[in-house]
Design a protein around this ligand. Structure first.
Ligand SMILES: [Ca+2]
Length: 272
């Protein structure tokens, strides 16, 4: 069972204070085995990935795969060949900036920076800077979109909905796992009505219901981490991209040699 391992990671977060209205349950208590299901990541295909990429963002936009990478002095945004993993086009950020996630809006990209509160827009497929920079409060970790708003992670349990045109806040989602706030939500991907989020330093993807913020499943990437066999503690799982046109889901990580196409497989345990 995965419960003991998962619990040690998740319970580092402070317990939630349930609203008063929920203090007296209106329904019988859940069974003792309650806890969100943990699913295997079934590998469909293995494709090459740049082992020099400190992956912070990964997505398809206009049918092409794009990736953003971090680190001051080495941050870039790149169009990547899916089959060969090679960089087909690249835009570099100013060396003082630490690049973070990217989002797709009308065949353009928006990119974040970590602690500098500044973001940029890029034309596709040329990856040329367009328009003025935009600004936001707090840290920038990752972006994804549901077709109406962009969804921003910042390392806290709160995901913010941002206006794709103005980047003003339009709403918030507080993410909880088994009733407790779940922090360190990192790279994001909106897939068929759910938000998938790498949970930094854990080897799990959280599957989040955007209507409630509740995690309704975890995807176990630890076998993939074991396979890539990189002892560097920074080589975490980070990067989820959904190719909606072909219903394909891809994951990778920082400095990983492999981009995995996966399917969400069978339930292998519960996270208590
Ligand atoms: Ca993504």
């Amino acid at each position: 069972m995965l419960g003991a391992i998962a619990a040690s990671a998740w319970q580092a977060n402070p317990p939630a204070k349930p609203p008063a209205a929920q203090a007296v349950p209106a329904t019988p208590a859940a069974p003792a085995e309650a806890g969100v299901p943990v699913y295997a990541a079934t590998v469909v295909a293995r494709l090459p990935h740049d082992t020099g990429a400190f992956t912070e963002g990964l997505l398809f936009c206009g049918g092409d795969l794009y990736e953003s990478t971090g680190k001051e002095g080495a941050s870039d945004i790149r169009r990547v060949g899916l089959a060969d993993g090679k960089v087909a086009a690249r835009a570099r950020l100013s060396p003082e900036l630490f690049g973070e996630g990217i989002g797709c809006v009308k065949n353009s990209l928006l990119s974040l920076t970590w602690k500098t509160g500044i973001g940029f827009r890029w034309s596709l497929p040329a990856l040329k800077r367009i328009g003025q920079p935009f600004h936001y409060a707090g840290e920038g970790w990752a972006l994804t979109g549901d077709g109406r708003t962009l969804i921003l992670s910042d390392g806290t349990p709160t995901l913010r909905r941002m206006d794709p045109a103005t980047f003003e806040e339009r709403g918030r989602i507080t993410v909880t796992l088994n009733g407790r706030p779940l922090a360190k939500l990192n790279e994001l991907e909106y897939v068929q009505g759910r938000i998938l989020a790498n949970v930094w330093m854990t080897g799990f993807i959280a599957r989040i219901d955007p209507a409630t913020g509740k995690v309704d499943g975890l995807i176990d990437l630890r076998p993939l981490l074991a396979e890539i066999h990189n002892p560097d503690p920074d080589a975490v799982a980070n990067g989820i991209a959904y190719d909606a046109a072909h219903d394909r889901l891809f994951v990778t990580g920082k400095y990983w040699p492999t981009l995995f196409e996966i399917r969400i497989g069978e339930e292998v345990g519960r996270a208590g």
